[in-house]
Design a protein around this ligand. Structure first.
Ligand code: HEM
Ligand SMILES: *[C@@H]1O[C@H](CO)[C@@H](O)[C@H](O)[C@H]1NC(C)=O
Ligand SMILES: *[C@@H]1O[C@H](CO)[C@@H](O)[C@H](O)[C@H]1NC(C)=O
Ligand SMILES: *[C@@H]1O[C@H](CO)[C@@H](O)[C@H](O)[C@H]1NC(C)=O
Ligand SMILES: *[C@@H]1O[C@H](CO)[C@@H](O)[C@H](O)[C@H]1NC(C)=O
Length: 593
């Protein structure tokens, strides 16, 4: 009896072994080791072997690790990202010189090409296709992916390193993301910046959460102003006045605001039972959530209608359609101009005065197309920006009363909101432990999504962006407790996930976030901004914008003009908190433009 049962168990064990691993029990997909370096492509042959395709990487060898002659020279001369960053953020006297000479153009061109060369164009992979395919090129419903997903048949969730089970998401966010005490951004970033970040990025980050697999509703894949005009033609036509190119609006106290859903029945996300008279109708359906977003929606609405008047005065023969379409191109141009010269300028902390001038790229190889990457969407979850409460015109409004509060916008008006948001510091994005309870759930969602779509480890992305992979958690963060905690949860630095990587990494001295966020975010960002069709030699000329007047509106757009040409009085308006007494002075409704 005893022997019989032992025999039985043996048979069972053998059966289990052979059924759990079809074929050779010990064969691991060799691409799970991420063997190909320097952007070489891993191709699997039979069961055990692989080849790295090193074509045009500048490297050769089994794993694309041996530099070709010119690559060797280039690598010897090339300063590291941290050295470049140091130079760009120090030596005021040097930049005072550069800013006012041809060197500004030369360096700006270098910034643009150096960054965007890291983004493949045309795009490559997506969540379903870890190899090039016509489907992933053609189907715009997918976000693209810079690195293919972790192969499905790897022995461990992150490939071949780390623990068999990834850390509990709740534990991760509670221990390392949750705010203990509000930490203001050291570069002076304010809420005006934070809401711009959210408003601007939600025109192209529109994840389709109904289906898994890295899908987006944002078919424009870039700066298309769909957050103002709607994603599809039906919504756009609902939002349009069909007169003089304008958008529909309502007047409150003699001022222009977005219309309500009772007048313009578009789908907007609001809590259940929220009355239609209070739902504002906006291009982006989620913008009802925050007064900061409805404020920007109001500003852009007014700007659109203002530009329509200017165009109509010059082109009295143009019909509604041409006035609308031309104004939209001008608005897109204004967005890109303000984002590069003020928003990115503020974010980068660079002393080089950034310049939006598409002609800088006319003599170099550059593709005028863009595809939004899933990794870009992941890394842009900058929820630590949000403060603990909102300070407006002497009132302190707690988070709970701020969300979906549509009365705030019209109660205070655009001027007072801009003034308040421009003066209130935003939270530091990087370094961890700075996410308000209310948005902690979002970090959880991001990490869960990244697991579902099998995003490669943080260190693989470090390498993809020419950064040295971290060798330990103590190398990754100076916070000893966090290093120990992450080590215990992940087991190995090579198994650290992408999103915790970019958010928890040690921040640069006096910086908003760590090296990786900048080195990975900037390429996606600049490629997206300059890859816009209006930046191409075909479009970048006066006639595209209705003539010199429209072209000049684009070329001279500033945040201050955007606000103050559309308000009764000019508040303090910037992407940073006041830096000197002049800026800090209170503004009054009486202040003339
Ligand atoms: C009180 C303020 C905020 C709340 C309550 C909030 C809430 C949310 C929620 C619930 C999601 C959906 C979860 C997901 O897509 O994974 C989300 C997505 C996102 N949020 Fe926020 N958020 C806030 C502020 C911000 C700010 C200031 C930014 C600045 C960049 C931002 C950037 C994003 C991005 C990029 C996404 C992904 C959008 C997508 O994939 O469709 N959020 N947020
Ligand atoms: C190539 O990479 C694999 C996997 O990382 C490693 O085992 C192998 O030794 C490497 N081969 C060479 C020649 O560097
Ligand atoms: C150069 O530009 C930077 C960034 O705008 C600024 O901080 C610096 O003061 C400028 N210098 C001059 C002379 O304009
Ligand atoms: C894109 O792919 C998804 C999933 O396979 C499919 O449902 C959708 O119809 C595709 N879209 C186009 C335009 O082919
Ligand atoms: C909206 O904000 C106002 C002004 O701060 C406040 O009095 C009101 O209670 C808020 N409404 C809701 C529903 O939270």
């Amino acid at each position: 009896m005893k022997e019989c049962s032992i025999f039985f168990i043996w048979v069972l064990v053998l059966l289990l072994q052979s059924s759990s691993c079809s074929g050779d029990a010990n064969v691991v997909n060799p691409c799970c080791f991420y063997p190909c370096q320097n952007s070489g492509v891993c191709v699997r042959y039979d069961t055990h072997s692989y080849k790295c395709d090193c074509t045009r990487t500048g490297f050769y060898g089994v794993n694309c690790t041996i530099p070709e002659f010119w690559t060797r020279i280039y690598l010897m001369l090339k300063p590291s990202p941290s050295v470049v960053h140091y130079i760009l953020t120090h030596f005021q006297w040097l930049w005072d010189l550069v800013n006012n000479t041809f060197l500004r153009n030369t360096l700006m061109r270098l910034v643009l090409t150096g960054r965007s060369d890291l983004i493949p164009s045309p795009p490559t992979y997506n969540t379903k296709y870890g190899y090039l395919s016509w489907e992933s090129y053609y189907n715009l419903s997918y976000y693209t992916r810079l690195l293919p997903p972790v192969p499905k048949d790897c022995p461990l969730p992150m490939g071949t390193t780390g623990k068999p089970v990834l850390p509990d998401v709740k534990e991760l966010t509670e221990r390392f993301f949750k705010r203990q005490k509000f930490r203001p951004d050291p570069q002076g970033i304010n809420l005006m910046f934070a809401f711009m970040a959210q408003h601007f990025t939600h025109q192209f980050f529109k994840t389709n959460h109904k289906v898994q697999g890295g899908f987006t509703h944002g078919l424009g894949h870039g700066v298309d102003a769909s957050n103002i005009y709607g994603e599809d033609l039906v919504r756009q036509h609902q939002l349009r006045l069909h007169k003089d190119g304008k958008l529909k609006y309502q007047l409150k106290n003699g001022e222009m605001y977005p219309p309500t859903v009772s007048d313009v029945p578009v789908d907007m996300v609001y809590p259940e039972g929220f009355p239609a008279e209070q739902r504002l109708a906006i291009g982006q359906k989620v913008f009802g959530i925050l007064p900061g977003l409805t404020m920007y929606a109001t500003i852009w609405l007014r700007e659109h209608n203002r530009v329509c008047d200017i165009l109509k005065a010059e082109h009295p023969t143009w019909d509604d359609e041409q006035l609308f379409q031309t104004t939209r191109l001008i608005i897109i141009g204004e967005i890109i101009k303000i984002i590069i010269e003020e928003y990115v300028q503020q974010l980068s902390g660079y002393l080089l005065k950034l310049k939006f001038d598409p002609s800088l790229l006319f003599d170099v190889r550059f593709q005028y197309s863009n595809r939004i990457a899933l990794e870009f969407c992941q890394l842009y979850h900058w929820h630590p920006l949000m403060p603990d409460s909102f300070l407006i015109d002497g009132d302190e409004i707690p988070f709970s009363q701020f969300l979906y509060n549509t009365s705030i916008l019209m109660h205070y008006g655009v001027e007072k909101l801009v003034d308040a948001f421009s003066r209130q510091p935003a939270g530091q994005i990087g370094g961890g432990r700075n996410s308000h309870e209310m948005v902690l759930k979002v970090a959880e969602l991001v990490i869960r999504e990244s697991r579902a779509v099998r995003v490669q480890p943080f260190n693989e992305y470090r390498k993809r962006f020419n950064l040295k992979p971290y060798t330990s958690f103590h190398d990754f963060t100076d916070d000893k407790e966090m290093a120990r905690g992450l080590e215990e949860l992940y087991g190995h630095i090579d198994a650290l996930e992408f999103y915790p990587g970019v958010l928890l990494e040690k921040t640069r001295a006096g910086g908003t976030f760590g090296e990786s966020m900048v080195e990975m975010g900037a390429p996606f960002s600049l490629k997206g901004l300059l890859g816009n069709p209006i930046c191409s030699p075909v479009y970048w000329k006066p006639s595209t914008f209705g003539g010199e007047t429209g072209f000049n509106i684009v070329k001279t757009a500033t945040l201050k003009k955007l606000v103050c040409l559309n308000t009764k009085w000019c508040p303090y308006v910037a992407f940073h908190i006041p830096r000197n007494e002049e800026e800090a002075k209170p503004r009054k409704p009486s202040t003339e433009l």
